[in-house]
Design a protein around this ligand. Structure first.
Ligand SMILES: CC(=O)N[C@H](C=O)[C@@H](O)[C@H](O)[C@H](O)COP(=O)(O)O
Length: 270
């Protein structure tokens, strides 16, 4: 019997959640279980809640007046009131502020520049821990194959987040190879987030619909289309191509980038 792609992904998501929770329940480190049990029992995220929905990325450049917990929380609440099924939030204090306003899943990340390294989306475990403690439900990490600080690896980071924080992981990738490696390492969701942002993919511009299709065909976990979705029609197309959910940032909440783009276009008139 043919299972429609949307349904197939929902089943895989549920299986992935079940696997992840059974992994946690079999953890035999009682000290860590004691420490993390409260956060696991107070909220258990349903990845299935994201299916075929819009996740709004509410982020702002650090020099923007919007880079403020109350502002980011207002953006997130507005998005949820208007139908977003989830939000994607950077920085612990912003996650904390948003958590007080919305009950939908928060995909949390912490952008951190580490000298000598290109990875910047939740590059290390202590960043993931701070984001989880702030109230994120899903932890987004850079899961490209680029060098990482310290002894950490993508696989090690995912295992630590699962075992010590009890949270599902969204692997932000740039290529099919890094997506496959992330799933083998235990990622619960994979996003096209870094397509066009790494040296390997720098010639290309998001949205990475080719990559999305390859990932949908190859992977056994839900695939999120994120990056460069600039219109409702593109969001629709992403879902039609098999994306489990769509994450939109700049086109909805990116007032800084949008105003700059409009002004630049007007300034370029001879
Ligand atoms: C590459 C990177 O750092 N992406 C970040 C990830 O959190 C955000 O800056 C993006 O806004 C987000 O991915 C949504 O993408 P877009 O803004 O194109 O809709």
């Amino acid at each position: 019997m043919d299972i429609p792609p949307g349904r197939r992904q929902a089943i895989m998501a549920m299986e992935s959640e079940l696997n992840s929770y059974s992994k946690h329940s079999h953890a035999n480190n009682s000290r860590l279980d004691d420490v993390w049990a409260p956060s696991r029992s107070t909220r258990s995220v349903s990845i299935a809640a994201l299916q075929q929905g819009l996740v709004v990325s509410c982020q702002a450049p650090v020099d923007s007046p919007l880079h403020d917990p109350a502002m980011i929380a207002a953006l997130a609440l507005t998005a949820v009131k208007r139908g977003a099924v989830g939000v994607r939030i950077d920085t612990p204090i912003h996650v904390q502020a948003v958590r007080q306003q919305v009950d939908v899943p928060i995909i949390g990340l912490w952008k951190q520049q580490i000298p000598g390294f290109e990875v910047y989306i939740t590059p290390q475990f202590h960043h993931a821990k701070a984001i989880a403690e702030a109230g994120a439900d899903i932890i987004a990490i850079d899961a490209t194959s680029r060098p990482r600080p310290g002894e950490e690896t993508v696989a090690g980071l995912i295992a630590q987040i699962h075992q010590q924080l009890g949270k599902p992981v969204m692997a932000d990738v740039d290529t099919l190879e890094s997506a496959i490696a992330a799933v083998e390492a235990g990622a619960d969701l994979v996003g096209t987030t870094l397509y066009g942002y790494t040296s390997q993919t720098q010639p290309y511009s998001p949205p990475g619909f080719d990559l999305l299709q390859q990932m949908v065909q190859t992977l056994t976990v839900p695939v999120i289309c994120e990056g460069g979705i600039a219109s409702p029609a593109l969001a629709q197309r992403a879902i039609e191509l098999g994306a489990y959910a769509v994450v939109v940032g700049t086109a909805i909440t990116g007032i800084d980038a949008q105003v700059q783009a409009y002004c630049a276009a007007l300034a370029a008139i001879e």
